[in-house]
Design a protein around this ligand. Structure first.
Ligand code: ZN
Length: 323
């Protein structure tokens, strides 16, 4: 028996075949081609998946057991309906669950990308061995996935666990979600970069790394300059950590996770620049027993995530109810 994992992003598509335990056997990655008609785009995806399944001999000797898909939100996971993801033009109220079920003739499970990533880290990465964890994507935006008592927390309509939009300031800076003062508006890569460009505050080594152009400064430049000991970059990074710690406190209070897993920017910043000072901050912001029991760790899957996310959903996603 085999599983098919699908990871649909705004710019790329990854298809992966895994064994019954979710271990990848074969995968393919290609740009996400958008024709303007979601039916055409999904049909092309199905054709590519069929080719991959045929290459792996699935459907002849071995049977396909289930399909899992990681998709950009917002999504109704129980009905398998993709609402209106900003990066997928003309994909609006797409019944992706029933479409894929009709194409493959097996059960299809679908989760939004942050929840799928949380499931993948829980099954194959930094979340192994615990049943209470929160995953924060920490890249362009701050996506979140919460696993509590071994179950993904989805909420009534699929939007629970969006910890990137916990409010930290009121009034606060505008967030891409339409609200303001959100955690993402202070620690998300895009928001951070926008602030540095808007306010022109970047100085010294950071601007040099960006080729002398303030408008070209990225979070990666800040990480590099802070690592080299640049005073301004370190100060800016400390501000970022202050906000991140303030966002983690309500997460810890609400869910009491054993482990919080941080993605991209935190992984790049590493132990000395990010994780150690973050733990120090949290030690004085949480109750002692909470801080002692809470592990803050880097995500482990990295570039493997797109291959693993769909397979993790196939294994642990929510079974779709009839729409
Ligand atoms: Zn927001």
């Amino acid at each position: 028996m085999a599983l098919l994992g699908i990871d649909i992003g705004g710019t790329k598509l990854v298809l992966a075949i895994g064994d019954r335990a979710g271990k990848p056997i074969k995968s393919v990655r290609r740009p996400m081609r958008l024709s303007g008609d979601w039916r055409v785009d999904l049909e092309a995806l199905v054709q590519d998946a069929r080719a991959l399944l045929a290459e792996a001999g699935i459907g002849e000797g071995e049977a396909l057991e289930r399909v899992g898909a990681s998709v950009p939100g917002p999504l109704d996971p129980s009905r398998g309906i993709l609402r209106n993801p900003p990066n997928l033009t003309n994909w609006s109220d797409v019944p992706i669950g029933s479409f894929l079920e009709a194409a493959f003739g097996v059960e299809v499970r679908i989760e939004n990308d942050a929840n799928a990533a949380a499931l993948a880290e829980a099954s194959f990465g930094a979340g192994r061995g615990v049943s209470n964890l929160v995953y924060l994507t920490m890249s362009t935006g701050v996506g979140g996935g919460v696993i509590s008592d071994g179950r993904l927390v989805r909420g009534a309509f699929g939007s629970a666990g969006e910890v990137g939009h916990i409010p930290l300031e009121s009034p606060g800076v505008p967030c891409a979600c339409g609200l303001s003062g959100c955690l993402e508006a202070y620690v998300g890569g895009k928001a951070w970069q926008d602030r540095l460009r808007r306010e022109g505050v970047a100085k010294g080594a950071v601007v040099e790394l960006a080729g002398g152009c303030r408008r070209a400064v990225t979070p990666e430049h800040l990480v590099t300059a802070a690592r080299k000991g640049d005073a301004w970059a370190r100060e800016e990074f400390a501000r970022w950590l202050d906000y991140l710690a303030r966002g983690i406190v309500p997460i810890a209070m609400l869910f009491e996770p054993e482990r919080i897993i941080l993605g991209t920017i935190a992984v790049a910043a590493g132990e000395a620049l990010c994780f150690e000072p973050l733990r120090e901050r949290l030690a004085s912001m949480l109750w002692t027993h909470q801080a002692e029991h809470l592990e803050i760790v880097p995500a482990a899957l990295g570039s493997e995530m797109p291959t693993r996310a769909g397979l993790a959903v196939a294994l642990h996603g929510l079974p779709r109810t009839t729409a």
